[in-house]
Design a protein around this ligand. Structure first.
Ligand code: ADP
Ligand code: NI
Length: 205
């Protein structure tokens, strides 16, 4: 089932340059399974949900938040997975959207919490920095605008750190993900400090 799902996901994501390529999915799967085993979550649901979590992203779909979860469940049922597993996977995927309806209530299943944490962890740290600049190129955003008065509202890659990336650490559910986030967050803050120092020709040799 995992191999069939991998093949399906690879064909759906082939050629993506917006930060949702196969290797994003593979990283979210691996960190997700690490969190799942530490937290005692259902490993099968987490592996299938992380694999399928980006097959139909709402941003490229006219804002349809239901399509991804629905397509994931349809795929699993067609492939012979029990409806209970398909439903658990769909509900975990529904929770991964950052900008979608607020899903942060205590109603989230443990597996949904793990999938959301895993996806968010891939947006921070060294990988998160890389993805943010790759996305900025795709969206034709400037890296930084030192004239923007409020760095959190400028439409730049650096602004995205303040809007989202530096907040991820405090929006995680599981203890395991929070521990992993600590070093990733510190690395990003260090990066930003260096970025400003070099920008201002202020870096020490
Ligand atoms: P995911 O689906 O992995 O949770 P998103 O779809 O929100 O993430 O974004 C994909 C990647 O692009 C992430 O690493 C995210 O931080 C980055 N990104 C999204 N929006 C912006 C933006 N406006 N500027 C820079 N990077 C962005
Ligand atoms: Ni993702």
């Amino acid at each position: 089932m995992v191999a069939a799902t991998e093949t399906h996901v690879k064909s759906r994501l082939a050629g993506d340059t917006t930060g949702h390529d196969w290797w994003h999915v593979d990283r979210v799967r691996r960190i997700g399974m690490r969190i799942a085993s530490a937290e005692g979550a259902d490993i099968e649901v987490v592996e299938l949900a992380t694999l399928l979590h980006d097959i139909s992203d709402h941003k490229f779909n006219g804002g349809d938040y239901e399509r991804g979860p629905r397509e994931a469940a349809e795929f699993l049922i067609r492939a012979g997975e029990p409806a209970t597993v398909a439903m658990a996977v769909a509900s975990a995927i529904r929770s991964t959207s950052w900008s979608g309806r607020d899903q942060d209530g205590p109603t989230l299943s443990l597996e949904a919490q793990v999938v959301q944490d895993a996806d968010r962890l891939d947006a921070i740290g060294a990988i998160g920095i890389g993805r943010a600049f790759a996305y900025g190129g795709y969206a034709q955003q400037p890296m930084h605008d030192p004239c923007a008065l409020d760095p959190s509202t400028a439409n730049t890659v650096i602004a995205h750190f303040y809007e989202k990336l530096l907040r991820v650490k405090d929006r995680l559910h599981t203890q395991t993900a929070k521990q992993i986030a600590t070093a990733r967050d510190a690395y990003m803050r260090n990066f930003l400090q260096r970025f400003y120092e070099e920008w201002n020709a202020d870096d020490s040799p």
